[in-house]
Design a protein around this ligand. Structure first.
Ligand code: BES
Ligand code: ZN
Length: 457
C-alpha cells in the first residue's frame, strides 16, 4: 500500500493538470448545443483510462455516450464497479461566476469550474487510485470496472436501458460511487441512504389569450392565481405535505438513526449565514439534518406566468405553469407518489380553468443497511484514510441509477462521497477542494484493498 500511496503523492501535480483538462469540456447534458462537447468529454475520459492501462470503450446511446473501462481481468477476484458521471449541470447564470465555468481556476487550494465537485473530481480520484496500483505494479485486490455516464443530471434514461441490456457484462460484487458529500474534511462519512426524486410540471390554462384585466377582471378566473392557490395548498405552515396518502410508505427513522444523525456536526447559525436566509424552515418535529435527508419534501423549481417586463401590463394571463419536484425517502415509490399527487391536484383544481399535468424524470430512494459487512468494510477504510472515526450519513440529493443498479444487477453501492457542503454543486462558482481530491485517491486506494478482502471471504 505504501508504494501506491507514494505514487499518488509524487504525481499529484500532474493529476491536478489532468483534472483541469477534464473540466474544460462543457459537458452539459441538458443542453442540445453541448451534445458534441459532451461526446468529446466521453472520448477524453475513455482515452485517459486507456492511457493508464485500462481497456476502455465508449458506448453510443440514443443520447449521451457511456464509458466503460476495465482493469486487466483476473479470474477468482471479486469485481467492483466504480460509478461516476462526466455530465454537468447547466452553468447559468454566467454573470454570477467569478471566472468562466469551463476555464478552471485554482485559488486557495481549490479548483473552480462547473463539474469540479459534481462529479468529475470525485470519480477522477478513483481513476487515479487505480492508476497508482497499475503503474506501480502493485496487484489490485479486485477487478475494477469504471462505469461513467453522461446523463446523470438528466435522469440516466440511457444508462437504465444499458443496465437492462448488459446485465451479464456488468455482473459484479459491489458498486462504489462518490457522487455525494461529507460534512467536512474533519468529518469523514459514509452515506447509507439517498432520497429519491419525482419531477412534474403543472400547466393552468385560462382564457385563450391574455385579457385586459380591467375589462374582464372579476368575471373570469386568473390562471396565475389558481396556480398559486393550488400550490399553496400542497404544503402546510408546519412543513407537512398536504396530500392524502403521501406519507403512507415513509419508513420511520429509528431512534438509533436519529441519535447517529444528531452526532453529525451542524451549526444552525453558520448554516443560516452560509445560505443568507433570515430563518430556516422545515417540517416540525425534525432536525434540519433530518429534514434535509430523511424526510420527503415538495419544492417549486420554477414558476412562470404573465408579464414580468419593464413597468406594468394590466392583463389576466392566459396560462400559468410551474415545475415541481418531490424528494422521496424509503419506502416511497416514485410512480405511486406521482399518481396520488396528480389525483389530488385534479381534485382541488377549480372548474374555472383547465389543467395539464406532465410527468418528468424520477428515481426511487436508496437505503443500505448500515450494519452490513459491506458498510463495515467501508467504514474501516475511511477510518484508515482519515485517521478519524467516520460518521454515518443520509443524503438529501438523489442518484436514481443507484436504486436501479440494486434492482437490475442485484448489488449494493458504497457511497463514499467527497463533496463539501460549500462546493456550490449546481450553483455558480462550483469548486472542488484539492485536499478532497487528494484524500479521495487515498480513500479509494485503501477502500479497494479493504473491499477486495471483505468480498473474498
Ligand atoms: N451528486 C448529485 C446527487 C447528490 C448530491 C447526492 C448531494 C447526495 C448529496 C447528483 O449529481 C445530482 O445532482 N442528482 C440529481 C438527480 C436528478 C437530476 C435526477 C439531483 O439530486 O437533483
Ligand atoms: Zn448533480
Amino acid at each position: 500500500m505504501e508504494t501506491v500511496l507514494s505514487y499518488l503523492k509524487n504525481n499529484f501535480n500532474r493529476f491536478v493538470d489532468e483534472f483541469c483538462e477534464y473540466l474544460r469540456f462543457p459537458s452539459v447534458s441538458a443542453q442540445k448545443e453541448h451534445k458534441e462537447d459532451t461526446a468529446k468529454c466521453a472520448d477524453w475520459i475513455a482515452n485517459h483510462c486507456k492511457n493508464i492501462g485500462l481497456d476502455a470503450r465508449v458506448y453510443k446511446t440514443n443520447n449521451h455516450p457511456i464509458v466503460i473501462a476495465n482493469t486487466p481481468f483476473k479470474d477468482n477476484k471479486p469485481r467492483i464497479i466504480i460509478y461516476g458521471h462526466y455530465d454537468v449541470q447547466p452553468p447559468e447564470p454566467l454573470e454570477l461566476w467569478a471566472s468562466p465555468p469551463f476555464s478552471p481556476r485554482i485559488a486557495d487550494g481549490k479548483v473552480y469550474a462547473r463539474g469540479a465537485s459534481d462529479n468529475k473530481g470525485q470519480h477522477l480520484a478513483h481513476i487515479k487510485a487505480v492508476e497508482a496500483y497499475l503503474k506501480s505494479n502493485v496487484e489490485l485486490p479486485c477487478n475494477i470496472t469504471f462505469l461513467i455516464e453522461g446523463e446523470e443530471e438528466v435522469g440516466s434514461a440511457e444508462l437504465l436501458k444499458f443496465l437492462k441490456e448488459n446485465k451479464k457484462m456488468l455482473k459484479c460484487d459491489v458498486v462504489m460511487a462518490s457522487d455525494n458529500g461529507i460534512p467536512g474534511l474533519d468529518y469523514p462519512g459514509l452515506t447509507y441512504a439517498l432520497r429519491g426524486v419525482a419531477a412534474m410540471e403543472i400547466k393552468v390554462y385560462g382564457p385563450s389569450r391574455d385579457l385586459h384585466s380591467g375589462i374582464y377582471g372579476g368575471a373570469v378566473d386568473n390562471p396565475a392565481m389558481v396556480l398559486c392557490q393550488i400550490l399553496a395548498r400542497l404544503r402546510d405552515k408546519n412543513g407537512k405535505i398536504n396530500i392524502p396518502g403521501f406519507y403512507d410508505d415513509v419508513r420511520k427513522l429509528t431512534s438509533v438513526e436519529r441519535k447517529s444523525l444528531a452526532r453529525i456536526p451542524f451549526n444552525e447559525r453558520e448554516f443560516k449565514r452560509f445560505l443568507v436566509v433570515p430563518k430556516l424552515f422545515g417540517e416540525r418535529g425534525y432536525s434540519p439534518i433530518e429534514q434535509r435527508t430523511a424526510r420527503p419534501t415538495i419544492e417549486i423549481n420554477g414558476i412562470t406566468s404573465g408579464y414580468q417586463g419593464e413597468g406594468s401590463k394590466t392583463i389576466i394571463p392566459s396560462v400559468a405553469s410551474a415545475k415541481l419536484t418531490f424528494r422521496l425517502v424509503p419506502d416511497q415509490d416514485k410512480d405511486k407518489i406521482l399518481d396520488i399527487v396528480f389525483k389530488h391536484i385534479k381534485k382541488i383544481c377549480p372548474p374555472t380553468v383547465r389543467i395539464e399535468l406532465i410527468k418528468g424524470h424520477s428515481g426511487d430512494p436508496y437505503i443500505l443497511n448500515p450494519d452490513s459487512p459491506l458498510c463495515k468494510a467501508a467504514l474501516t477504510a475511511l477510518k484508515k484514510a482519515f485517521n478519524r472515526e467516520p460518521v454515518l450519513l443520509r443524503e438529501g440529493g438523489s442518484i436514481p441509477i443507484i436504486t436501479d443498479i440494486k434492482r437490475i444487477l442485484g448489488v449494493d453501492t458504497i457511497l463514499a462521497g467527497l463533496a463539501l457542503p460549500d462546493d456550490n454543486a449546481h450553483s455558480p462558482n462550483e469548486k472542488f477542494d484539492l485536499r478532497c481530491f487528494e484524500i479521495g485517491m487515498k480513500i479509494s486506494a485503501i477502500l479497494l484493498q479493504e473491499l477486495g478482502c471483505a468480498l473474498k471471504k
